[in-house]
Design a protein. Structure first.
Length: 241
């Protein structure tokens, strides 16, 4: 178990008991085990119950059914993996340094009719990012790539990679560079209502155009254009109209 998006985590003992130390605040406590559904508990350290009990449920055989129904050729799976990396890890210089060490746990389901690619993971993904000095354990709960965009959800635990003082200074600089201007940076600034961080948000109001033509006028104009061969010709040229 671990606190989502932090480096704080632990494992339970043989009886299932565990202990986690963290600063006061609000966290998402993630409890996971291979082969079982992940459980999330919204934790406020100032209001912890006397007893927390988590009951994990075994995952269904959905993944096995997907594998049985869609046995993709190696070339097709390699193509799916490239699309997954591009949309999951990103395409920046920093993202290109990230590697998924256990890609063999990723399974795909592709809907050819609607061009929708879904990805599932048999166990948490192990991701190493040598540009930022992090090793991530990512519990993927949802990934769907459509022509209009990508959506994915999951829980993350960070671990610092080992390195000398020079490497650590470089990682700190790269982390700050990656954070500044990011979506997380913007959301943090918005939540804290801090307008000095460098973001500018404009309030847009939709105002109806009083001179916007009526539907029948637009239809009449379209009929006129089609009648005279489209926009590539000028029906008024040489006084022919």
């Amino acid at each position: 178990m671990y606190l989502n998006n932090t480096t704080i985590g632990t494992i339970s003992d043989t009886k299932g008991y565990f202990n986690i130390s963290a600063e006061h605040g609000y966290y998402a406590l993630i409890v996971s085990y291979v082969g079982f559904e992940t459980s999330k508990y919204n934790l406020n350290t100032l209001e912890i119950p006397d007893e927390l009990v988590f009951e994990l449920y075994e995952k269904t055989n959905v993944l096995d059914e997907i594998v049985m129904k869609h046995e993709y050729k190696p070339s097709k799976r390699a193509y799916f993996l490239r699309k997954f990396r591009k949309n999951f890890l990103g395409q920046s210089f920093i993202a290109q340094k990230a590697k998924i060490r256990n890609e063999y746990v990723i399974k795909f389901d592709y809907d050819q009719t609607n061009d929708i690619l879904e990805a599932y993971a048999l166990e948490p993904l192990i991701i190493e990012n040598k540009a930022l000095g992090y090793k991530l354990t990512y519990d993927l709960t949802h990934f769907e790539l459509q022509p209009i965009g990508v959506t994915y959800m999951g829980y993350t635990r960070y671990e610092f990679m080992e390195g000398n003082s020079k490497k650590k200074r470089k990682w700190e600089a790269e982390r700050e560079l990656a954070y500044n201007g990011s979506l997380r940076h913007f959301l943090t600034a918005a939540i804290q209502e801090n307008d000095t961080i460098g973001f500018e948000v404009d309030d847009i109001k939709m105002i109806p155009n009083p001179n916007y033509p009526k539907e029948e006028d637009i239809y009449e104009a379209e009929e006129f254009v089609q009648k005279h061969g489209g926009l590539q010709s000028n029906p008024y040229q040489n006084g022919k109209i």
